[in-house]
Design a protein around this ligand. Structure first.
Ligand SMILES: [Zn+2]
Length: 88
């Protein structure tokens, strides 16, 4: 498998950790719930198709973009606090 295909595979499977596996209400069949998109599936193929879908990948990217921006903001506040501490 080439590096490009491997990277593409990683990108397409992104966010699988946000899909929880459980049992249906009767406890007779597996059930899957996506915490990012707030939707559920009744079989493994539905889970995999959802993880590769546009809606799930967009929700995953938005989540990580927000986390990245918060990290950058907190780092800027940290640098600002250091600047104030050492400039006075
Ligand atoms: Zn999802």
């Amino acid at each position: 498998m080439s590096v490009t295909l491997l990277w593409l595979d990683v990108c397409l499977d992104a966010g699988l950790e946000y899909i929880e596996e459980g049992m249906n209400d009767a406890g007779t069949a597996p059930s899957f719930f996506c915490k990012l998109c707030d939707c559920s599936f009744t079989d493994i193929m539905g889970k995999l198709m959802h993880a590769k879908g546009r809606r799930h990948r967009l929700a995953y990217k938005v989540l990580w973009l927000v986390l990245y921006l918060l990290l950058c903001l907190s780092f800027c506040h940290y640098l600002h606090a250091l600047f104030i501490l050492f400039s006075s």
